[in-house]
Design a binder for this molecule. Structure first.
Ligand code: SF4
Ligand code: SF4
Length: 461
């Protein structure tokens, strides 16, 4: 990463003009707040008594959210993020993190040409802070369109011109115009990161990912290649968490965030979802669901979790709740390059799972009975030998010879090289030689239940 300037200033060394300087521009239609996004967040900060928003070189960062071949699912996910929440980023509520001024086609206060005007200012270097591009959806090959009408567009140019003189501007064009001077480009969702559904077999839009579009040599002004946060839809927290980590680093307040070879935040995507799955214990014991709704491992009804890099089992779909396998759905690999084609048909189990699940089944057939023996014994208090005082079922102690032999060896191994609980050893006795009254009366049997102790005494006589 390149170094950030001491304090972001205009090209001439003086702060750039305020974004809301709209003198001479026509009135906006529909902006009942009569505010720009920047004025809104500044009002919010002022109402909270915040004067100094940042502890580093950046006071604020503009974020331009562009949408290509998208279903808006990424927007829905990010607006539902909780740790941190989007609102925290937009109101300067995170200590040390600069204020984020978001320009998003759904959340924007400005409308029409006033909205696009900010993109033009960014391209012309007239903003008073750096900007980041967030791209949602894949980028269509606009050379395949008919009559120049883009597959995905935002606004039309020239601004404030009569309609017959205008042309709609593809978001791919905005990416081309804005990416050279962006502080960072973040692709959100699998369509933007790898191509996703719009780039699958048979599509006629020539859709591709942001990386495909910008090429491997692309670097932002901070020296960053494209950052990729995949998922269809992505976990909203993955986006806000990564943005927060990057901004804290740029402020000199956090460590350098680690990204993997495909530009994914390594702390979010280096593990397979299987390793943290709530059903992984069933897989390991070789017990598999036969139909949807079963509680066991879903690999035989289509789960690709063992080879898919995703953190939804820990992060949850929202607020650490839900998420595919937690909610009963098998992993269909939506965070991965190659999704959906390389993971379809979704109703079939992955070919490689045949070998691994049968290996688990074989191993499980040996391990499971041994574990149940051990589990049964761990389910008994140390004083429950012959009887179990439960009114819930006909619970019996296990006093068979086999059980006693197994338990003898198990206990020997359990405490090998360790201290066994109790007061057996000489150094565990009272130094004065005092023996407690229960021990005086019953010897080692003092810990038995009274009924068992009586039975034992009876046997002895
Ligand atoms: S449900 Fe999928 S991710 Fe979970 S244990 Fe089974 S194979 Fe692994
Ligand atoms: S578990 Fe699989 S299907 Fe679910 S979000 Fe992760 S990658 Fe996508």
């Amino acid at each position: 990463m390149s170094e950030m300037p001491e304090k972001y200033v205009g090209e001439a060394g003086s702060p750039k003009p305020h974004l809301s300087e709209t003198a001479g521009l026509p009135d906006q239609v529909g902006n009942v707040a009569r505010r720009s996004m920047e004025e809104l967040v500044e009002d919010i900060c002022a109402s909270q008594g915040k004067t100094q928003r940042s502890l580093g070189p950046l006071d604020k960062v503009y974020v331009f959210w562009l949408a290509g071949m998208s279903c808006d699912g990424c927007t829905v996910s990010v607006t539902g993020a909780t740790e941190p929440a989007l609102e925290d980023l937009l109101t300067g509520s995170l200590p040390g993190v600069p204020l984020v001024v978001l320009h998003h086609y759904v959340l924007q206060l400005e409308s029409g040409d006033h909205y696009i005007h900010t993109l033009e200012k960014a391209e012309q270097g007239k903003l008073d802070a750096p900007y980041v591009i967030v791209y949602e959806g894949s980028i269509a090959d606009e050379s395949l369109t008919v009559d120049g009408e883009p597959f995905a567009a935002e606004g039309s140019l020239p601004l404030w011109a009569p309609s017959e003189q205008r042309r709609r501007v593809a978001t791919a064009e905005w990416m081309k115009r804005l990416s050279p001077t962006a502080a960072a480009v973040i692709a959100i969702g699998t369509c933007a990161t790898w191509g996703g559904i719009p780039a699958s077999y048979g599509n006629v839009t020539g859709s591709m990912s942001v990386m495909d579009f910008l090429g491997k040599n692309y670097r932002s002004v901070l020296g960053l290649p494209v950052i990729n946060i995949p998922g269809c839809a992505p976990v909203g927290d993955n986006f806000t968490d990564a943005v927060q980590a990057i901004l804290l680093f740029l402020q000199g307040l956090g460590p350098l965030p680690e990204f993997d070879e495909l530009g994914r935040p390594a702390w979010q995507f280096s593990e397979t979802v299987h390793r943290h799955c709530v059903r992984a214990g069933y897989y390991e014991e070789g017990i598999f669901a036969k139909e949807f709704g079963d509680k066991e491992c879903l690999v035989e009804i289509g789960c690709w979790g063992p080879v898919v890099q995703c953190n939804i089992t820990e992060a949850g779909a929202i607020s650490h709740l839900g998420g595919c396998m937690n909610a009963g759905g098998p992993c269909i690999g939506c965070t991965m390059p190659g999704f959906p084609d390389k993971f379809s048909p979704f109703y079939k189990s992955p070919p490689g799972s045949l070998l691994s699940s049968n290996a688990s089944r074989l191993l499980g057939s040996i391990i499971r009975p041994l574990r149940r023996i051990s589990q049964r014994e761990r389910n008994r208090e140390i004083r429950w030998h012959e009887t179990v005082p439960s009114g819930w079922a006909m619970e019996k102690g296990d006093v068979s010879l086999t059980h006693k032999i197994l338990e003898f060896f198990y206990e020997a191994m359990q405490f090998q090289g360790a201290k066994k609980p109790g007061r057996e050893l000489p150094e565990e006795q009272f130094p004065s030689g005092y023996i407690t009254l229960p021990e005086q009366k019953y010897g080692k049997d003092f810990q038995l239940l009274p009924e068992d102790r009586a039975k034992k005494a009876e046997k002895r006589t």
